[in-house]
Design a protein around this ligand. Structure first.
Ligand code: MN
Length: 154
């Protein structure tokens, strides 16, 4: 009995904190959630998390963003374009002047250079996407105004 209790105790110590951490910090079960993105660039709760930084070898930037339902980026452009890879959930992506597109886990989206667009979660479900920004020597992002509720719901 004593041995069983000791074994159980060890199991709880080993399993307990890991599960807790997972719930607190993970959203899609792959990457940590990161800090909440600033409200000057995002509407609602979005959590960018950098994965690849620019250095002396690589001029490509990559990371993950988890958007809670209803959250989205402001309108913005990327001087060298951007690639999005949806890894979880359901979201929206819109290039200005085109219809809003629904994007789902597994979808790959290219945002051409200097084209105004936004991306975020769908109304009722969160979304995680990886972003890849190549050729950052041309610039990374130019932030613009928020996506209004009318634009988001259109
Ligand atoms: Mn973008």
């Amino acid at each position: 009995m004593k041995r069983l209790l000791v074994t159980l105790g060890i199991l709880i110590v080993v399993i307990g904190p890991c599960k807790g951490q997972e719930k607190a910090k993970m959203n899609d079960g792959i990457f940590p959630m990161g800090e909440k993105g600033p409200s000057q660039f995002f509407t609602g709760n979005a959590y960018p998390y950098g994965l690849v930084q620019v250095d002396s070898v690589y001029t490509t930037l990559a990371g993950n963003v988890y958007f809670e339902s209803g959250a989205r980026s402001n309108w913005h452009t990327h001087p060298s374009g951007q690639i999005l890879i949806v890894i979880d959930g359901v979201g929206y992506h819109q290039i200005e002047g085109q219809a809003k597109e629904t994007i789902r886990k597994g979808d790959v989206v290219k945002c051409p250079p200097n084209i105004r667009h936004w991306h975020g979660a769908s109304k009722n479900e969160g979304m995680s996407h990886i972003y890849i920004i190549p050729n950052t020597e041309k610039g990374i992002v130019e932030w613009m105004e928020p996506v209004s509720d009318e634009q988001y719901n259109h």
